[in-house]
Unconditional design. Structure first.
Length: 255
């Protein structure tokens, strides 16, 4: 908003003052566009699995269900579609959470076992890819934070590191107290180009749409990480090199 005031004296000797206020609407327009894009992206993302589900149910009801092999194959695809819908809905709800409307209580999180527990749910893929994962942070460190916001940050960064690592990759997870509380996930995976790094925290942004969708990603994980880090009063930054790997650094207030 620009506030102007102009004062001048006319030839008639009178003293005049002109006041003007100019509003810069660029930011408002940008926000409106982000909002519109989000709604259209959400609709598109939700439509895809629903269309697939309807197609498969129709084919089954038309007679395909009588062949046991086709039945199993179609049910498996339908289950994937339903799981994708579930994940999308969960993440969209997570994104629509607003720090001002929901106030969470602080909880003590013993970070090391908390990370081990998250890693446990990825056991299968960790073994399949033969990933070595090292947790550097001290086992006794406790961080007091809003668990509901902290958990998705940690989970999404670990999940991405695992997802975008190639076979035999290395992942290092570090945390602790310095100027702030820090939580760092470093992988030796596919990496992200500088151009993509600029957009990586946008909702639904994926570097490789086709591959990402195939691997089950929604493109919402990092925007949740970004939003929640800010809601907790912190930041998330990235350091990545294509083909070499990525490091995500979250800094949160010490409390
Ligand atoms: P997704 O659900 O697709 O993983 P995210 O918002 O978590 O969505 O990430 C957005 C995109 O950023 C991903 O599709 C992927 O292309 C890229 N990305 C995220 N984390 C990493 C990583 N650790 N290494 C390489 N690329 C990554």
């Amino acid at each position: 908003i620009l506030d102007m005031s102009l004062r001048f004296i006319e030839e008639d000797g009178n003293d005049y003052q002109v006041l003007g206020i100019a509003y810069d609407l660029t930011r408002v327009r940008q926000l409106e566009k982000i909002q519109k894009d989000f709604v259209s992206n959400v609709s598109h993302e939700l439509k895809t699995p629903v269309t697939s589900l309807l197609g498969f149910t129709e084919t089954l009801l038309d007679g395909a269900k009588d062949d046991p092999e086709t039945l199993t194959q179609f049910l498996e695809i339908m289950q994937k579609d339903a799981l994708r819908l579930q994940q999308l809905i969960q993440e969209i709800l997570q994104l629509s959470r607003d720090g001002r409307t929901i106030s969470y209580d602080d909880q003590d999180v013993t970070v090391h076992p908390f990370i081990t527990e998250i890693l446990r749910s990825y056991r299968k893929v960790i073994t399949e890819k033969n990933l070595s994962i090292e947790i550097l942070g001290d086992e006794t460190i406790t961080y007091t934070t809003k668990y509901e916001l902290f958990y998705p940050i940690v989970k999404n960064l670990i999940e991405n590191a695992i997802q975008y690592s190639q076979s035999n990759g290395t992942i290092t997870i570090d945390f602790g107290f310095a100027e702030t509380f820090y939580f760092v996930v470093k992988d030796s995976g596919i990496g992200i180009s500088l151009k993509d790094q600029e957009r990586i925290f946008e909702r639904f942004y994926r570097v490789d749409k086709a591959r990402s969708r195939h691997s089950g990603g929604t493109g919402l994980g990092l925007s949740i990480v970004h939003n929640y880090s800010e809601l907790l009063g912190g930041t998330v930054t990235i350091d990545s090199h294509l083909g070499l790997g990525s490091t995500f650094i979250v800094k949160l207030p010490k409390n």
